[in-house]
Design a protein around this ligand. Structure first.
Ligand SMILES: [Zn+2]
Length: 422
C-alpha cells in the first residue's frame, strides 16, 4: 500500500526541512522513495505537509465521565483538529494512579481511538497531594509523564520526591501551577474585572509562586518539569531566567490565554471560565513575547469537555474548562502566524511536533523515513468559521463558536491511513 503526497510544502522541523516536494508513505511508514505505480496520490497544492501534530494536554474524561467525552469521541475531535497524537490527563474516575487504570485506558484507546492516545499517570494517589502514586509501576504500564493536572501538589517536599522518582524512571513531570492558599476560591483573574463584577479573584502570583517552586526543584533534581497552561507575565519571566541558566524547565500555552482577556467575562458566560483564568492584555503580550523568544516552547489545548447542564449554572459554581481540540490549530495559526506575526509557520509546527515529542521522549513528531506515517495537511490560508454544532466532541463548551479564523488542518493521517478529511 503506497501513498504519494504531491505538490505540498513539506515542513519537518526535526530534520530542518522546509521545501516543496513529495512525501511517500509505504505500508504505514514514511519512505524515502516509492516504486508502486498504483499509488494513491494526494494533491497537496497550497497545503503544508507537516508531521502529525501532537497535543500533550487533553482531558478525555474516560473512565468515569463518559457523558462529557469518551476516548472514542475525544480521539475523533483530535483527528478533526489535525492531531495524530494526544496525551490524556489522569483526573478520571478512577484516577489514573494505578497500572490497572493505565492498562484500561491503553486497551480502550487501542480498540476505539482513531489517533494515538498516550496516557499520563498521577503524581499523587487520588490526586490528593498526600502520598506519591507508584511512579515506577505507572511508567512500566506505559505513561509518558506524571501530572496531577486539575490539581497541584502543594507539599514541596512531596513534589521534590516526585521529580526524583520521575528522573529515575525517565518520565517528565507536568504541573498545573496553582498555590491553593493564594488562589482560595478564585474563579477569574484578580484585577479590575474581578473587582467590578464581584467575583473572587485568582491572582497571577498563585501561578507564579508554583512556577518558581518548579524551577527550583527542576534545578535541584536536575530533571524535566514542565509547567502547564502558562497564563501570567511573571511565569514567563521566571521560565526565561531559569532556562537561560540551563534548568530543565519548560512551559506551554493554550489558545484561550492569548485569544481572550479577562474583560470577556462581563456577561458571566461560563464558557469563559477556565483554570488558570483569562488574564489581562499585558499578560497576553508577555505570552506572545515568551513564544517569540522560545521561552514557551509547546502549544496545546487543555481540551476540557463539560456537558451543557454542568456549565449552565451560576459563574462561581460552574466547572472550569473549555473545548480545544477542534479550534486550537486554527486559533494559533490565526493569532500567532497571521494577525500578530509572533512566529512563522515552521516554528508553530515545531511547537506542536518536535518539542512535545522531545519532552515526552516519544517516537513521533517527525517525517523521517522509517517512522510511522503520522501526517497533518494544513491549509494555512483557508478562511473558515467555527461551528460548534458540528463538533466531533460530545460537548459544546467553547467560547469560540462563530469565530472566523484563517488556517486549519484539512487532512489527518495516522499510520498512513486518512482518519479525517475536510
Ligand atoms: Zn490544568
Amino acid at each position: 500500500m503506497t501513498t504519494v503526497i504531491r505538490n505540498g510544502r513539506i515542513i519537518d522541523p526535526a530534520n530542518k526541512r522546509d521545501e516543496f516536494g513529495e512525501l511517500f508513505i509505504v505500508d504505514g511508514k514514511i519512505a524515502a522513495a516509492a516504486k508502486d505505480r498504483d499509488a494513491e496520490v494526494i494533491d497537496a497544492k497550497g497545503l503544508v505537509v507537516a508531521p502529525g501534530v501532537i497535543d500533550l494536554h487533553v482531558h478525555l474524561r474516560e473512565p468515569g465521565f463518559g457523558w462529557k467525552e469518551t476516548i472514542e469521541t475525544g480521539a475523533r475531535a483530535a483527528a478533526a483538529g489535525g492531531f495524530t497524537t494526544i496525551v490524556c490527563m489522569p483526573n478520571t474516575s478512577p484516577v489514573a494512579d494505578s497500572p490497572g487504570t493505565i492498562a484500561w485506558i491503553r486497551d480502550r484507546a487501542a480498540e476505539v481511538a482513531c489517533v494515538n492516545v498516550l496516557p499520563t499517570g498521577a503524581i499523587s494517589k487520588g490526586l490528593m497531594g498526600e502520598e506519591l502514586a507508584p511512579i515506577g509501576s505507572l511508567q512500566q504500564a506505559g505513561v509518558v509523564a506524571i501530572t496531577d493536572d486539575g490539581r497541584c501538589v502543594q507539599n514541596n517536599e512531596l513534589m521534590r520526591r516526585a521529580v526524583e522518582y520521575a528522573r529515575m524512571v525517565g518520565v517528565p513531570v507536568l504541573d498545573h501551577c496553582q498555590d491553593y492558599n493564594l488562589v482560595g476560591n478564585g474563579v477569574v483573574h484578580e484585577g479590575y474585572w474581578s473587582t467590578l463584577l464581584g467575583l473572587p479573584g485568582w491572582p497571577s502570583a498563585g501561578e507564579e509562586v508554583i512556577v518558581m517552586r518548579n524551577a527550583l526543584l527542576a534545578e535541584l533534581c536536575d530533571h524535566y518539569v514542565h509547567c502547564q497552561h502558562i497564563s501570567a507575565t511573571g511565569s514567563v519571566r521566571i521560565l526565561r531566567e531559569a532556562r537561560a541558566r540551563g534548568v530543565k524547565i519548560s512551559g506551554e500555552v493554550c489558545p484561550h490565554h492569548i485569544a481572550l482577556s479577562d474583560d470577556a467575562i462581563q456577561d458571566f458566560d461560563t464558557n469563559f471560565k477556565m483554570n488558570p483564568p483569562l488574564r489581562s492584555k499585558e499578560d497576553i503580550a508577555a505570552i506572545h513575547e515568551g513564544i517569540a523568544d522560545g521561552t514557551l516552547e509547546i502549544l496545546c489545548s487543555d481540551h476540557a469537555p463539560h456537558a451543557q447542564f454542568e456549565k449552565e449554572v451560576e459563574f462561581d459554581a460552574a466547572p472550569f474548562g473549555i473545548l480545544g481540540l477542534e479550534t486550537e490549530l486554527g486559533l494559533f495559526l490565526d493569532l500567532l502566524v497571521h494577525k500578530n506575526k509572533t512566529i512563522g509557520l515552521p516554528r508553530l509546527i515545531e511547537m506542536f511536533t518536535v518539542n512535545p515529542a522531545r519532552l515526552l521522549q516519544i517516537d513521533a513528531g517527525t517525517l523521517s523515513a522509517g517512522r510511522a506515517a503520522d501526517v497533518t495537511l494544513i491549509d494555512p490560508e483557508l478562511e473558515w468559521t467555527v461551528g460548534a454544532s458540528k463538533f466531533q466532541s460530545m460537548s459544546r463548551n467553547t467560547p469560540f463558536d462563530g469565530w472566523k479564523l484563517k488556517g486549519r488542518a484539512v487532512r489527518t493521517i495516522v499510520g498512513g491511513k486518512t482518519v479525517w478529511a475536510l
